[in-house]
Write a protein that binds this ligand. Structure first.
Ligand SMILES: Nc1nc2c(ncn2[C@@H]2O[C@H](COP(=O)(O)OP(=O)(O)OP(=O)(O)O)[C@@H](O)[C@H]2O)c(=O)[nH]1
Length: 296
C-alpha cells in the first residue's frame, strides 16, 4: 500500500448513463494521462472498474454500472435492483445525461433508483446546446431529490471538468487510498480475482444467492510456474452453502473452472484456484466480517 499519502479522500464513483451519454469520453477526459486503466477485461457484476485518478489529496476509483437502461421498456423493479445495488456499492453515483436526450425519461430512471448515496447529475454535451436550454435543464434536474449536486460539462470539449472533480471529491468519504499510486499491487490483483469469482456466482445463481455472498481471497502465492490462489466464498446460511456446492460438487466446480479461465486471462499466467465455502451468519451486518471482506 502507498505510504506517501497524508490526505485523503478515497472512494468508488460509479458512472451511470444511457449508451451514448458520453461515459467513455468523460472518463478519458477526466483521467487523461493520470489514468491507470485497470482492465477492460474485468467486467464484474457490481463494479466494472475503469480507472483510478490519484492525486495527493484523493483517489477516485471510477467504475461503471452493469445493465443497460432502456427507458422505452417499463422498468422492472428487479432489474433496477441490480443496478441500484451496484450504484449503492459506490460512494458517489454520477448520473450522466446527454443534454439533448429526453429529460423526463432520464428522470424516470433516476427516480426509480431511489438512491441513498450522494449523486451528481452531470449534464453533458453542453457544447451542443444554447444557454436557454442549459438553464432549463439545470432547473429541471436540480429540483429532483436524487440530485445532490449538478454540474454541466462538455466531455468532448473538456469544459468544466475541474468543477466536476471538485463536486466528486466533496462527496467522497475520508479514508486511505485503496491502490498504490503508480501500479497495480498484489492487493488489487487479489481484489480483482475475488471479483471474478463473485462474477461467476452472479452468472450461475438466482438472485438471492449472489447478494448473500462475498468472496475473500486468502492466499495468493507466486510459484515457479503458476499462481496459487485460495478463496473463500462466504455465505450466510448452510442451505446457501449446499446450493453453492451443488450436487456432488457440480456447481462449485463450475464456478472454479469458469473463474480460473478468466483469472488466467487477467493475470496472464497459469493459476491453481482452490475454492472453499464458509458459512458466516449475518456477515453483512457484522462490522468485523465486513472489514475482513474489504467492505470496511
Ligand atoms: N458534442 C459532444 N459530443 C460528445 C460529448 N461527449 C461525448 N460525445 C460524443 O457522444 C458519442 C458517445 O460518446 P461515448 O463516450 O462513446 O458514450 P458512452 O456513454 O461511453 O457510450 P456507450 O459506450 O455506448 O455506453 C461520441 O460520438 C462522442 O464523441 C460532448 O461533450 N459533446
Amino acid at each position: 500500500m502507498p505510504n506517501s499519502f497524508y490526505n485523503v479522500k478515497a472512494g468508488f464513483v460509479n458512472i451511470f448513463g444511457k449508451p451514448n451519454a458520453g461515459k467513455s469520453t468523460l472518463l478519458n477526459a477526466l483521467i487523461g494521462e493520470k489514468l491507470a486503466i485497470v482492465s477492460s477485461k474485468v467486467q464484474t457484476t457490481r463494479h466494472r472498474i475503469k480507472g483510478f485518478l490519484t492525486t495527493d489529496q484523493y483517489q477516485i476509483i471510477f467504475s461503471d454500472t452493469p445493465g443497460i437502461i432502456e427507458p422505452k421498456y417499463k422498468l422492472h423493479e428487479r432489474m433496477m435492483g441490480a443496478v441500484k445495488s451496484a450504484l449503492e456499492d459506490a460512494d458517489v453515483a454520477m448520473l450522466l445525461v446527454d443534454i439533448n436526450d429526453n429529460w423526463e425519461e432520464c428522470d424516470a430512471v433516476f427516480s426509480s433508483l431511489r438512491l441513498k448515496v450522494g449523486s451528481i447529475v452531470v449534464l453533458n454535451k453542453i457544447d451542443t446546446a444554447d444557454k436557454e436550454k442549459i438553464e432549463a435543464a439545470k432547473a429541471f434536474f436540480s429540483s429532483k431529490s436524487y440530485c445532490k449536486k449538478l454540474v454541466t460539462i462538455s466531455a468532448l470539449a473538456q469544459n468544466n471538468l475541474q468543477e466536476l472533480l471538485d463536486a466528486i471529491v466533496s462527496l467522497l468519504p475520508e479514508g486511505d487510498p485503496f491502490y498504490a499510486e503508480d501500479e497495480l499491487t498484489d492487493l488489487s490483483e487479489r481484489f480483482f480475482v475475488g471479483e471474478i469469482v463473485r462474477e461467476k456466482i452472479f452468472e450461475l445463481f438466482e438472485e438471492e444467492i449472489p447478494y448473500q455472498t462475498t468472496v475473500l481471497v486468502h492466499e495468493f502465492k507466486h510459484k515457479s510456474t503458476l499462481i496459487k490462489i485460495g478463496a473463500n466464498i462466504i455465505v450466510q446460511r448452510e442451505t446457501q452453502k449446499s446450493i453453492i456446492i451443488g450436487e456432488g460438487g457440480k456447481m462449485i466446480k463450475k464456478i472454479g473452472s469458469d473463474a480460473r479461465k478468466d483469472i488466467e486471462k487477467f493475470l496472464g499466467q497459469k493459476v491453481f484456484l482452490e475454492l472453499f465455502v464458509k458459512v458466516r451468519p449475518k456477515w453483512r451486518e457484522n462490522d468485523l466480517f465486513l472489514k475482513e471482506y474489504g467492505y470496511s
